[in-house]
Design a protein around this ligand. Structure first.
Ligand code: SF4
Length: 388
């Protein structure tokens, strides 16, 4: 990789552009879960699928001049609950995307699905539309835990959804949560083992946290103590490691060859276009890196014609890069930092030295990785890279 020249403050020189992904946001759910702070809205009647797909494609068109000549390597249709959309709508969406931007051969196309909104025929329809990977929001296989989380489905429905996904796709992720109200270590272990037993090649395990603007924030449930949650995290890493899953990101575990390429592109500070209500993106140019974001409320987003691009100040780039790359237990190369930010690696020398002295990162000549302590105290580690 050529050395990067920083000509003057605010002017970067990127010698190669990173892979390009597309995130599509579908903002509706059957019901709002009490812990959820995503941009998701309870559907009130029939969804405006046709109009929304047309708007998504308009959003994409508005972004095209920024990415002429580039190819998409991955697409992620997230939400909300994208599986509420009919396979015909997803087909219209993906056909429209392909007509506007070429896909790399073998590109990954993920769709998020929730139990209670899917059955075998629907999964086959998504596959025929061009989806290659399904992410099922199971959260738990325990009826009591699912009730405590206010989910619309029970354990039996979750199992049926996973089986139906696996009948149509070989690339399936399960989202599970731990640190749930009233959950013991044994209960968390049973959930993870149930996830492994389904045969999926990818699992994501998230700790339940209480976020502002949620029902749980105003009516907090009693959650397991901090130490118990830390024990659950260690247990999950051990159980999944024992079953041949690689822990490749804070919350993500994959069998060989089954890492989520879309999320990896975020974590390696790649580029992504965001379309849909509240979606945001990041685009690199040879001399700058920008962000864009669409209006959050679906009704406002439907009226929005154009999106503003904001240039990321070079002094913010080290933190932005680390926010993603330090989630990778195996870390990142010094070349990747330079290639993605357009900054010389020496620009983070002092912060890295401080992190090393605190035992939060370790490095050799070409690679930086968070230590176990750095992974556990990620926020403390990241603060060292905040702009002065
Ligand atoms: S299904 Fe997912 S996106 Fe929808 S409200 Fe529940 S947690 Fe949020």
């Amino acid at each position: 990789m050529d050395p990067v020249v920083l000509e003057k403050p605010g002017t970067l020189r990127l010698h190669a552009l990173p892979p390009l992904s597309l995130y599509v946001h579908i903002p509706w759910c059957v019901r709002k879960c009490p812990y959820c702070d995503f941009n998701s809205h309870e559907r009130g009647g029939a969804l405006p699928e046709r109009d929304y797909v047309a708007k998504l494609l308009n959003d994409l068109e508005a972004l095209l001049p920024s990415v002429w000549g580039r190819r998409l390597s991955t697409v992620f249709i997230g939400g909300g609950t994208p599986s509420l959309f009919a396979p015909e709508s997803i087909d219209a969406l993906l056909s429209g995307v392909r007509a506007r931007l070429p896909f790399e051969p073998g590109g990954e196309v993920t769709l998020e699905a929730n139990p209670g909104t899917v059955e075998a025929g629907r999964f086959r329809g998504f596959r025929d539309a061009g989806v290659t990977r399904i992410s099922v929001g199971v959260q738990s296989f325990d009826d009591a835990m699912l009730r405590a989380l206010g989910r619309i489905h029970g354990a039996a429905e979750a199992r049926r959804a996973v089986d139906a996904a696996l009948a149509a796709f070989d690339n399936v992720n399960l989202d599970l949560m731990y640190g749930l109200p009233g959950q013991s270590l044994a209960m968390a272990r049973a959930d993870i083992e149930a996830g492994v037993a389904t045969g999926v090649p990818h699992l994501s395990a998230y700790q339940l946290t209480i976020e502002p603007n949620t029902v749980f924030f105003n009516l907090p449930p009693r959650l397991p103590e901090h130490d118990l949650c830390a024990d659950m995290q260690v247990m999950i890493e051990e159980v999944l490691g024992g079953h041949g899953f690689e822990h490749y990101e804070t919350s993500a575990f994959a069998r060989p060859g089954r890492r989520c390429r879309h999320n990896l592109n975020y974590w390696e500070f790649g580029d992504y276009l965001g379309v849909g209500a509240g979606a945001h993106g990041k685009i690199s140019f040879p001399d700058r890196i920008t962000r864009h974001e669409w209006a959050k409320q679906p009704a406002s987003h439907m009226k929005e014609q154009a999106v503003a691009h904001r240039e990321i100040a070079p002094r913010e780039l080290p933190f932005e890069f680390m926010l993603n790359a330090l989630r990778l237990p195996y870390g990142f190369s010094t070349d990747l930092f330079t290639a993605r930010t357009g900054l010389p690696f020496s620009s983070v020398g002092n912060s890295l030295k401080a992190a090393e002295e605190k035992g939060l990162v370790e490095r050799d000549v070409r690679r930086i990785r968070p230590t176990l302590k750095g992974q556990r105290f990620l926020n403390e580690l990241l603060q060292l890279f905040l702009p002065a």
